[in-house]
Every structure is written in C-alpha cells, then in structure tokens.
Design a protein around this ligand. Structure first.
Ligand code: NAI
Length: 710
C-alpha cells in the first residue's frame, strides 16, 4: 500500500488536525504525488460537515514544507501549455483550501518555503513557532522562477506590495520574529505551544467570525492610489534592475506584483501566471536548479569512490604562516569550534594575523551573523605562536607560508621530527606540485593540497588536491574537515594550476592576447561582465596583483606551452612597478578611486607591445575569452583531474564567480550544442591549439552527445 503524506485527526470539539508528513523523506515537498493527495484531501474536508476548523501542521521536526519538488521543476520544459496546466492544478488545490467552509490555520515550524508558503497563504491565519529553524519565504528567484501559485499576489495583499516585492525579488526569507513583525504570521509562539495556540486561534476565529473578514480582504485589490503605485514601483524597479544584473526573474516578480496587486485576487493570479510561464523550463532556471543539485551532490560526496574509507577525527589543527591566507584559514577553523595554532616566524605578522581574524569576526557581529560571546569563544580557541613545538600535538597541519618551494620544503623538514608521525600535512600552495613536495615527506600518503580561495571568510570553495601518493584516508579527512568549517570541497588530482586556476589562466591569457591585437581593455572587461562574470579579466589582474598573475600564470603557461600564447604585457607592467590596485596603478589607474580609471601611462606601455589595431567585435571577444576556457575544462575532465563534469562547473562558479545561471562552462557548451561549439572553434583555429577541440569534444559532437548527457 502506498503510504500517505497527509493524516487527518479530529479533536472531540470538531477541529481537524491535518499532519503533513511525507513518507521516506526528510522534507515535505509539493511534488505531483503529494499535490494529488492534497487535492483529494481538500475535497474530503469540504464534505466534513462536523468540522469547525482546520489546523495544518508538519510531522517533520524543524521543517514545515520545503516548497515545490525541485526535481520536477528542473525537469520542466519550455512548454507554455503544459506549464499552464501545472500552474492551474496548483491554483485549484490552493483555492480549495482558501474556500473551506470553516476557518483554517497553518501552524508553521521550520522551513516554509516557496510553494509551502503559497499553500500556507491560502489559510486564513498562519502562526509559527520560535524554533530556530523557522524560516519563511518565497525564494523562487534563486532558481530563476517566480512564485507561480499565487505567492506574489497573496503576500502583497497580506504585508503590502512594497515589502512583498522586497522579499520576493531578492528571494529573502524571514525568521519567526520578523515574520510576526511584518505580519506574515499572526503570532510566533514557543514550539511546545504551537499546536495548542493554533487550535485556540481557529476556535476564536470561528466564534468571532473574524475569518470571514480576513478571507474577504484577501480577495480584494490592495487599493494603492495611482500616485502611491507609481512611486512605489518606480523605486522598486530601479533597485531590482540594479541588483538582478539582467536576470529576468526578479523583474518578472515585480511586474506580477505591480500589475496584479490592484486587481481582484482572481485577476492577479492570471497576471502572475503570465509572468511565470516564460521562466518555467527556461535555460536559466534549469541551470540554477542543476547548480543547486550539484551543490547537494558535493555536500554528500565523501571525496573518494571507496565509501568504506572513514575520515579521521580532527580535533586540532595547526596553520603555518599568519599572512593573508594563514590568518583566514585559522580564523575559519576557530569560528567553527576547531582549535587552531597559527605559527609565523615574524611576531608582527602574527599580530597582524590575529587582528585580521578579529576584524572578520567583528564584521560578522555587525551583520548579526555572530554574537560577541561566540567571538570570545572562537578567539579562545586560537593560539598564535612562533614556537614550532606547539605543532607537536596537531592532527592536521595546513601550510600557508610564502609561495616558494624551497621555503616550504625546508619548513617541512624542520617540522618533521616535531609533528605527530601520522599527522596530515596539507599545503595551501596555488602553483607548486603536491606530488613533488610529498617527496620530502616520510609519509607522502599523508600529504595533500588544501587550496583555499581569497578572501577565505567569503569564498566557499576549497580544492583538496591529491598528489600521486595521497591516500584515500587523507583525502576524505580533508574533505570532511573542509565541510566542518562550512566550505565546499572539490577533490582535484595534482596538475599545474589544479582545477580552477588551470581553467582560469587560458581566459586571462587570452585577454592579454586580445589587448595586443588591438582590443580596448574596457571592451574586454565589458564583454566578460556582459557574459555574467563578476568582473572582467583585466580588472581581475589588477585586483590579484600583476606580479602574482605573472608568476602564477607562468607556471601554467610553461606547463601547457603548446596552448598558451605568450604575452609581454604583464612583464612590462611589473617592470614598470604597475602591480595593480595594491600599487595604485596597473592596467588602470587607482589614484582617484578603487574602480580604476583609464590611464595614458598604460596606453603608452600597450603601444609598445601591440602588434595590431584591429577592431574586434564584442562577440569575438566573448568567444575568444570563453572557448579556451572550455577546451581546458574538457582536458581536465578527460585527464581525470576531477571525477564529474559538475566538479568543473561548481569549481568555476564557487572559485571565480562564473555565472551560476549559465550552469558553468560545460553546461554553457552543452546548451550551445557540441556541433555549434566546434563550428565556433573552427573560426579561430588559426590562433593555435587552445582553440582546437579536444578528442572528447570531437567524440561528443560526432555522437550528438554533451558533457553531462554522455
Ligand atoms: P603572505 O605573504 O600574506 O603570508 C605568508 C606568511 O608566511 C608571512 O607572514 C610569513 O612571515 C610567513 N612565513 C614565511 N616563512 C615561514 C616559515 N618558515 N614559518 C612560518 N611562517 C613563515 O602570503 P599569502 O598570500 O597568505 O600566501 C600563503 C600561501 O597561500 C602561498 O602558498 C600562496 O600561494 C597561497 N595562496 C594565496 C592566495 C592569495 O590570494 N594570496 C590564494 C590561495 C593560495
């Protein structure tokens, strides 16, 4: 027998308690099977003449309803007729609850998201528990959609269109306290009183008839005057347009609210549907949903194929180096309760490191993401030292000293007699071979790379790099440790540049080649940001530092010389002391603002190295930047640098801000189709091997397949 997700009990005084508890799942979601059950239930409820009221609650601890089934949403195709039918079906169920012949209360504890809130909005009242997991919102824009079951309309009528737009267009949610304050819920009560209070409320509503008033109000237009509406929405549109960076969902949500809120609910729902349909099954939405699932896959991935390998229990870590990265890494550990000892040779560097850690925590307190007590506790777990012996009892030691192989290996040798014999040693190097450094370590199976990104407190990605001899146990231990401190680890096989920088460099390099051919730096940056990158490659060089970019780029470019066109620009800039933002000038000048201004002094340097003055179209710039990235990504995949195409895509999304709505570089290619990709590459084959399709790409094109669907 199929187990039911809904269970109805009736109290002796005629109140129906409907418990939503989807079997075999940690969350309640509104997939087709559950919707069919809800539909049948609402039909039965209508006929139960003995009922005086209904309370709906969840049977899952800390979770009301997570929303629509994302697997089903991700499988949607851009088929307007079909999608319209799906939307209508949802509306009918929700309208059924809204029209029950007795008052109804949704008793919310835990996450109440998307479709879950849209269902709860059909009830006459919502009451929530103050459980820390209570979180109420309509996050659809985060997967490229808008609420489609009346959320834009009912929330606007409940809390006002301005606030509703603010929440929906950003996909923000509210905790219990805020939900009460802005009126999404009638009250917020301690968890143990939730059911009793919900029952009390439904009875009170029945006795006073208040529910009829509430219900009637919900059907009405919100009644904004023309003046109020034009002011409210003009401001909101400007904000949303700026924040959404050209993505359609937030603006569509705003349009649904603007055009629907002053109509009767029934017509408002139609307006919402018209805005929803073009987004449903769109590539942007499908990509964002795919990225969500890729994140979930990584969260569950132990890091190796053999699931019997268990991570070691890491109770303490040591961090070598208190510089930019070392301080970030030590701070990330103590913040999650893992004691960290940070070592440096220079006392002043330690002081600066501790100050940097403190500053990050203070800024977290300022935005309410940490309490002063938590900061005190975290700092209590931090040791700053110049004494090597402090590392003697550490389970894992992460090395983040200067990027110099001799310095790193000399330190390893110095520490070897001090550290526990089976310690796991992880280097944060960006460019040095892990396999080579492991040669100086008596137990190379215990040495790996653990490559954090800068700034550590904000960047989620950690590449866990396996040298030739790194063991499965070391790998799973570092993967588990990275997750414990809230990061997303991706396991990468050792190679120059590892995964992210290896794929990033062809893009950076091509931007320099384009400059030499005559492209304008601003035009290059603009093409990249129009594609969706957070900043252009020229600005990125200035930010990272042109000395660092030159040095790191050299490692990759020497290793892959067959496909790296040489460029002299970085050498010239470094020779001229133009290191980027940190020195006040690089490609741009930062004398007046950190945004960077055009600089005639750079134009003079460029003139020296330029060998052309060709007008280059934005389309060519885009192709030239992203196609070499793609061929390198395909090489990484074919060489087994990572184990799954989504590792490549997630690495780029989390590591360099590749636009998530494109799904990553491989999904970008899949969407274009491999035949088209090859056609594009053909146009540039004269430029060399970086524009040559890989064997894998040729095969996929010949067999009409794609990276993900092989
Ligand atoms: P940094 O120059 O800010 O810090 C290095 C620190 O190591 C200095 O405080 C120095 O005094 C200390 N140090 C040098 N030799 C030492 C020794 N023998 N024992 C103890 N401490 C010693 O450098 P940063 O930027 O923090 O880089 C550290 C490592 O992280 C490098 O391997 C770098 O490639 C890597 N990395 C850097 C990133 C960045 O964006 N800066 C990003 C990812 C990795």
């Amino acid at each position: 027998m199929v187990q039911s997700a809904l269970r109805l009990e009736v109290t002796s005084d005629g109140i129906g308690i409907l418990t939503f508890d989807q079997p075999g799942s940690r969350a309640n979601t509104l997939g087709q099977a559950v919707l069919a059950e809800l539909e049948a239930t609402v039909g039965q409820l209508k006929a139960r003449t003995e009922l005086r009221g209904l309370v709906m609650r969840s049977g899952k601890p800390g979770m009301f309803v997570a929303g629509a089934d994302l697997k089903e949403l991700g499988a949607m195709r851009p088929d307007p007729e079909l999608n319209r039918r799906v939307v209508r079906h949802g509306h009918e169920i929700i309208l059924g609850f809204e029209a029950l012949p007795f008052p109804a209360v949704a008793a919310i504890e835990g996450g109440c998201m998307g479709g879950g809130l849209e269902l709860a909005l059909a009830f006459d009242y919502r009451i929530c528990s103050t459980h820390p997991k209570t979180d109420i919102g309509l996050p659809e824009v985060k997967v490229g959609l808008i609420p489609g079951w009346g959320g834009t309309q009912r929330l606007s009528r409940l809390i006002g269109p301005s606030l509703a737009a603010e929440m929906i267009c950003a996909g923000d949610s509210a905790n219990a306290e805020r939900a009460k304050q802005i009126g999404i819920v009638f009250d917020a009560v301690p968890p143990e009183r939730l059911l009793d209070e919900a029952v009390r409320l439904v009875k009170w509503a029945g006795e006073t008839g208040d529910w009829r008033v509430v219900r009637k109000r919900k059907q009405q237009p919100v009644g904004l005057s023309e003046e109020q509406a034009s002011f409210t929405f003009a401001v909101a549109r400007a904000i949303v347009a700026e924040k959404s960076k050209g993505l359609p969902a937030p603006l569509a949500a705003l349009t649904a609210i603007e055009k629907g809120c002053n109509l009767p609910l029934e017509d408002g729902l139609k307006v919402e549907t018209e805005q929803f349909i073009p987004l449903a099954g769109s590539p942007i939405s499908r990509n964002l949903i795919a990225v969500f699932f890729a994140g979930q896959r990584l969260a569950k991935d132990p890091g190796v194929a053999d699931t019997s390998v268990q991570p070691r229990d890491v109770k303490t870590v040591g961090v070598l180096g208190a510089g930019l990265m070392g301080a970030g890494i030590a701070g990330a550990h103590v913040r999650r309760g893992i004691p960290a000892a940070m070592l440096d040779v220079i006392p002043a560097a330690l002081e600066k490191g501790v100050a940097a850690i403190t500053k990050v925590m203070e800024s977290r307190i300022a935005i309410g993401r940490m309490t002063p007590a938590e900061m005190v506790a975290a700092l209590g777990k931090l040791t700053a030292t110049t004494v090597l012996n402090v590392m003697a009892d550490r389970d894992v030691v992460i090395e983040a000293v200067v990027e110099n192989e001799a310095a790193k290996t000399a330190l390893y040798k110095q520490l070897q007699p001090i550290l526990k014999p089976d310690v796991i040693l992880a280097s944060n190097t960006s460019t040095i071979s892990i396999t080579r450094m492991a040669k100086v370590w008596p137990r190379p199976e215990n040495l790996a790379g653990m490559h954090f990104f800068n700034p550590v407190d904000r960047m989620q990605l950690v590449e866990v790099i396996r040298g030739e001899k790194t063991s499965d146990e070391t790998t799973v231990t570092l993967v588990a440790l990275a997750k414990k401190i809230g990061k997303t680890p991706i396991v990468v096989r050792d190679c120059p540049g590892f995964l992210v920088n290896r794929i990033l460099f062809p893009y950076i390099n091509e931007s320099l080649v384009l400059l030499e051919e005559g492209a304008d730096p601003r035009a290059i940056d603009k093409a990249a940001t129009a594609f969706g990158m957070p900043m252009g490659p020229i600005t990125l060089n200035d930010l990272v530092g042109n000395d660092t970019a030159l040095y790191a780029g050299r490692v990759v470019n020497v290793a892959f010389a067959d496909r790296a066109a040489p460029s002299r620009i970085l050498d010239e800039l470094v020779a001229a002391g133009r290191l980027g933002q940190k020195s006040g000038a690089g490609f741009y000048s930062y004398a007046k603002s950190s945004r960077g201004a055009d600089d005639p002094a750079f134009a003079a340097i460029l003139d020296k190295v330029r060998h052309g003055r060709r007008a280059i179209s934005p389309e060519e710039i885009t192709d030239r930047l992203f196609l070499p990235m793609l061929t390198e990504a395909s090489r990484c995949l074919s060489e087994g640098i990572v184990r799954d195409p989504s590792d490549v895509d997630m690495g780029l999304i989390l590591g360099i801000g590749f636009p998530a709505w494109r799904g990553g570089i491989l999904r970008w290619a899949d969407e274009m189709g491999m035949a088209k990709v090859l056609e594009k590459l053909k146009q540039y084959e004269r430029l060399g091997e970086r524009f040559e399709p890989t064997e894998q790409m040729r095969r996929l094109a010949a067999e009409a397949r794609s990276f993900y669907f092989v």
